[in-house]
Design a protein around this ligand. Structure first.
Ligand SMILES: Nc1nc2c(c(=O)[nH]1)N[C@H]1C(S)=C(S)[C@@H](COP(=O)(O)O)O[C@H]1N2
Ligand SMILES: [Mo]
Length: 414
């Protein structure tokens, strides 16, 4: 059965003349760099949520020691999350053709018999299962979350986070084993122009080539380029229309001062115009010295400040800097007894359901003079969809921490 060329377990079944160590090595080295960047930007994205600050931010409460690296997310530079998450999502999408081509290039090995020649061989194949399974899982969950958000209600973060650790562990083992070979393959080819090393990747009974290996690589690169060009616009205002693969649907923000991307609309969040009306809405601020209630007109009479800050969503899209105007979070903290260094704050929305109706901010985020409870954007009242009567906006933070339709701020130990 091993040698029956009609079965994939036979080396003679695989006939593409494109397979070979050079093709696999080039793709492997691209992934070595790319996946490392994805892993780092992914861990950083999780840290940006301040998960160790409060259970309301923590999307993977059972992370245990996997959260060892968490750190206090800074507020500088103000476009930090815009960059890290834009890179994470755009690069992840761009690498899909490379990942698929790499898997295709080593596909015959999936079928080799006997399944294990030795204990080491068995271990190696199990690690490959984690590598391939983990890799596909990460790319699929990532794309699904961006494209069809809330397909996994609430569970995307733990799935993608734990999956990343499984995948990356197998990836590191694989990279340690294979990178030297890959580099050697490329060096041999460049310096000595030797024919390819003998390798089980090369077809034993190759079919007539219709395509060179270089051509195949160009084809993969072209696919990546196409995905890149139809995604990257999600991070740049002028290019947004080119972002054919970025998340769509939802409300059309239209033109004018509020004409920038909307994540969840007021209607979606169940915000009723009656509860945001001037005579109905009160901001409730609680702290060391008690509670104060402020209507929107009272807030507007407090010292107002402007900050130019973007919205940068976990889905990878972001806006350019918008001009927000409102009351500094640290001034609100001062109203309830924190005159010096302000503490963190729990922000709660009028919204009654959904994971994003509340968020906790760190002391450094509250203290930053650019962090506002915004009442206006780009010179006008906030639109209902951007969070009227008031929303939080914090430099460098993921969009999810910029709570809309704020009802309550509770300063203190979280
Ligand atoms: N109350 C509430 N605030 C929220 C959200 C939400 O669903 N509910 N979504 C958050 C997310 S995920 C993002 S990216 C930003 C988007 O803000 P925008 O719609 O004004 O662009 O709002 C954040 N604030
Ligand atoms: Mo978001």
């Amino acid at each position: 059965m091993r040698d029956d060329p009609r079965l994939p377990t036979s080396p003679r079944f695989w006939r593409s003349p494109l397979r070979g160590p050079w093709f696999t090595s080039v793709l492997g080295l691209v992934l070595l760099v790319g996946i490392t960047v994805l892993f780092v930007t992914g861990l950083v994205s999780y840290a940006a949520y301040n998960p160790d600050l409060s259970p309301v931010n923590d999307k993977t409460p059972d992370k245990g020691i996997l959260g060892f690296y968490l750190f206090a997310w800074p507020t500088d530079p103000h476009w930090l999350y815009r960059l890290t998450q834009g890179v994470h999502v755009t690069l992840g999408i761009t690498l899909i053709p490379v990942l698929l081509a790499k898997l295709w290039s080593v596909l015959p090995r999936l079928f080799t018999l006997p399944p294990a020649r030795s204990v080491t061989h068995a271990l190696e194949r199990i690690s490959l299962l984690l590598l391939v399974g983990g890799g596909l899982f990460e790319f699929v969950t990532g794309v699904l979350n961006v494209q069809l958000d809330y397909l996994f209600p609430g569970s995307f973060y733990p799935l993608h986070f734990y999956g990343a650790w499984v995948f990356f562990t197998a990836f590191v083992a694989h990279a340690l084993l294979k990178t030297p070979t890959a580099l050697r393959t490329l060096r041999r080819r460049r310096e000595e122009r030797l024919p390819e090393e003998r390798s089980d990747l090369v077809a034993a009974r190759p079919a007539e080539p219709t395509f060179s290996r270089r051509g195949a690589l160009g084809f993969v690169g072209g696919g990546s380029l196409l995905l890149f060009l139809t995604t990257v616009g999600q991070s740049f205002d002028g290019l947004r229309r080119t972002a054919l693969l970025a998340p769509h649907g939802g409300a059309d923000p239209g033109a004018g001062p509020s004409g920038f991307q909307i994540n969840k609309t007021a209607a979606y969040a169940g915000i009723d115009a009656a509860e945001t009306a001037e005579d109905a809405w009160r901001l409730v601020v609680t702290g060391r010295t008690g509670t104060v209630r402020l209507g929107r007109a009272q807030l507007a009479r407090l010292p107002l400040h402007s900050s130019a800050l973007p919205i940068a969503c976990v889905e990878g899209w972001s806006t350019s800097d918008q001009w927000w105007r409102g009351v500094r979070l640290r001034d609100l903290a001062a109203l309830v007894g924190y005159d010096g260094e302000p503490p963190g704050v729990l922000v709660e929305s009028l919204q009654r359901h959904g994971a994003f109706r509340h968020a906790a901010l760190r002391a450094n985020q509250v203290a930053d003079p650019r962090a506002l409870l915004a009442l206006y954007v780009n010179g006008e009242d906030l639109s209902p969809d951007h969070g009227f009567p008031a929303r939080v906006i914090v430099p460098a933070a993921p969009g999810v921490l910029n709570t809309k339709w704020v009802a309550r701020l509770t300063f203190g130990e979280l």
